[in-house]
Design a protein around this ligand. Structure first.
Ligand code: ATP
Length: 334
């Protein structure tokens, strides 16, 4: 009998419930059995729990070890830190993995892009160490440690090896931030020596941005500190069709949370027009992680097929299909 998985589901805010709803439907239609533990977080629980991240959310994730998550908004001026950052730090989800891939049928200027951005997820300017200096200045402290830099570099090389990828590029600005980014680069270089069969190169983040726009197909696995990863992964999503098609995963040693790159997109929320591809593909990453390879391959192939025929493209990709029409089409193609 098929295994029943226990998975935490955080529908999230804005388009979150629509796109995670689509992902669940597709996962179940592919034959995977899941007991979803649905827990709400974000703006909608603020009034009742006085926090966007109530304890029950943390407890559910701690118990199940795996979560599928929609975008969660931290109300501006609420005094709370970002729920996303808090989750990553609470469970030490140190690797943020963001695959960027062209799918036939999505209108873009590029072909054959297939790269993975591995973003360090716990430190850098996201450590939240900042303060005002009177009302005339403010400081944010960029924290880069040997431990976290070595760990993320090892993660990137291990992933490259496992997936038969040829090259790891470390992205940095060590020419200016000699100590912090210098340490990141030093760690990546040291780790690269243990993986002789994977090519290693490093690139300054500004040059990397230009080269990604010019020739994204030349890159394979890119590893970088938190902030550059945030910016370059949105940019790279734009190369292959936008935020609607870019999935992601936050991986730690014990717990992993799968979520699209995009936010809650309040402008299109509740209209049944959001593109659920990113959320469904995040689900595919989750299925591979929990060993449901056959279902993952089936869903991936169905999405490829639907996009290729162009029959049910959503509005962001220049089509007219609704979220539910696209989802139904994927299910038909399973
Ligand atoms: P947040 O503050 O929660 O990150 P945001 O509006 O600043 O939200 P995103 O939600 O990431 O940023 O997205 C920016 C824009 O991209 C959205 O307003 C929306 O128009 C578009 N977008 C994002 N995700 C999708 C999607 N899945 N389908 C279609 N369009 C999307």
């Amino acid at each position: 009998m098929a295994k029943i998985h226990e998975i935490t589901l955080i529908p999230g805010d804005g388009i979150g419930p629509e796109v995670t709803g689509a992902a669940i439907k597709v996962i179940e239609a592919a034959g995977v059995k899941v007991n979803w533990d649905v827990v709400e977080a974000g703006a909608k629980v603020m009034d009742e729990y006085k926090t966007p991240l109530p304890d029950y959310v943390l407890e559910s994730i701690k118990k199940n070890k795996i979560a599928l998550k929609g975008p969660v908004t931290t109300p501006v001026g609420s005094g709370f830190r970002s729920v996303n950052v808090a989750l990553r730090q609470a469970f030490n989800l140190y690797a943020n993995v963001r695959p960027i891939k062209t799918y036939e049928g999505i209108p873009t200027r590029y072909e054959d892009v297939d790269l993975i951005i591995v973003r360090e997820n716990t430190e850098d300017l996201y450590a939240g160490v900042e303060h005002k200096i009177g009302d005339y200045a403010a400081e944010s402290i960029k924290i880069i440690t040997r431990e976290a830099s070595t760990r993320i570099a090892q993660f990137a090389f291990d992933m490259a090896k496992k997936q038969n990828r040829k090259k790891v590029t470390a992205v940095h600005k060590a020419n200016i931030m000699k100590f912090s980014d210098g340490l990141f680069l030093e760690c990546a270089r040291n780790v690269s020596k243990e993986y002789g069969d994977v090519e290693f190169e490093d690139m300054i983040v500004d040059a990397m941005s230009m080269k990604l726009v010019q020739n994204p197909e030349k890159y394979d696995v890119l590893v970088m500190p938190n902030l550059y990863g945030d910016i370059l992964s949105d940019m790279a999503a734009g190369l292959v069709g936008g935020l609607g098609v870019a999935p992601g995963a936050n991986i730690g040693d014990e717990i992993s949370v799968f979520e699209s790159i995009h936010g809650s997109a309040p402008d299109i929320a509740g209209k049944n027009i959001a593109n659920p591809t990113a959320a469904i593909l995040s689900g595919v990453m989750m299925l591979r992680f929990i060993g449901e390879m056959e279902a993952a391959d089936k869903i991936d192939a169905a999405i490829k097929n639907v996009l290729k025929t162009g029959k049910a493209l959503t509005v962001d990709l220049g089509g007219k299909a609704t979220t539910s029409e696209f989802t139904e089409e994927v299910i038909k193609n399973l």
